[in-house]
Write a protein that binds this ligand. Structure first.
Ligand SMILES: [Zn+2]
Length: 276
């Protein structure tokens, strides 16, 4: 099994999983979706009572229920560094919360304004500012204010979607489109090129040629119009993957972590079989 990287940007990536099997491709998809640990806000404390700013009294209230504000804060992607943070359960602090397993944010705003994710100030390390600064949380009118302390901890999407790092993880069997030069009459070339919704073909010197085989979605319309001179097959040993992340981890970090987790799980499974 090997991986050929095609595109690795900050929050989206694509690659080909080579010499593998449908079972392994699906295991990789599920691992990327639900097993990648990331930080997310899990506890939110709201200040109650009046808030004094420049000798003016503001009411600590928002147009939304506290639960909704807390939920929105939970869904804000929090930067995650697997070298710096660990699960609270396995931390040396015994789960009480320390700089190795928690990130504390303060949010202090007075109205009128729109409270944004970028208003969350990390206590301690300024590098832990959220990357996506413009996610609206709540709108405050004149006289309203919020003072919030939010704590982020490590988790996985098995427990809640706020700990889901990768999104839209999808794969397809690598398409194999072949053109039988002997059968492919010139009259079918243009028909094939035009009928394909994904621009897989081109016509050069009157001959049908492959332009972008990877784009094929296996609709097989080309097989119909070419009357057998073009055939489309799916390769069940090579898989084209495409995915995005929420920004808490980069696309490369998600893939690396998924491979690390799968590798550890395989080793543990083999160890278990040996033990039996
Ligand atoms: Zn700790």
């Amino acid at each position: 099994m090997e991986i050929q990287l095609l595109e690795m940007e900050e929050t989206k990536g694509s690659f080909i999983l080579k010499n593998s099997s449908p079972a392994m491709a699906n295991a990789l998809r599920r691992t990327m979706l639900s097993d990648i640990p990331k930080m997310a806000i899990d506890k939110v404390e709201f200040h109650l009572g009046p808030i004094m700013v420049d000798e003016r009294e503001y009411e600590s209230v928002t147009p939304l229920f506290d639960e909704i504000v807390a939920h929105r804060l939970g869904m804000v992607p929090v930067p995650t560094d697997h070298q710096l943070f660990s699960f609270q359960e396995g931390c040396f602090c015994g789960g009480e919360g320390c700089p190795s397993c928690t990130i504390m944010y303060s949010l202090n705003k007075i109205g009128p304004c729109t409270v944004l994710s970028g208003d969350m100030i990390p206590l301690g390390n300024p590098k832990l500012m959220v990357k996506d600064q413009f996610i609206p949380i709540v709108e405050l009118t004149d006289g309203q204010a919020v003072l919030i302390y939010a704590t982020a901890i490590m988790g996985t999407a098995k427990k809640h979607a706020k700990w889901q790092a990768a999104f839209g993880v999808g794969y397809k069997y690598l398409p194999k489109v072949s053109i039988d030069e002997k059968k492919a009459g010139d009259s079918y070339a243009l028909k094939c090129m035009n009928v394909c919704p994904k621009g897989v073909f081109e016509v050069k010197n009157g001959k049908l040629k492959l332009k972008d085989q990877m784009n094929c979605n296996m609709c097989r319309e080309c097989e119909t119009v070419s009357r057998g001179s073009v055939s489309v097959d799916a390769d069940d040993t090579n898989f084209y993957f495409k995915y995005e992340t929420d920004g808490s981890l980069t696309a490369k970090q998600v893939l690396d972590k998924a491979m690390e987790i799968l590798s550890k799980q395989s080793e543990a499974a083999f160890a278990g079989i040996d033990a039996i």
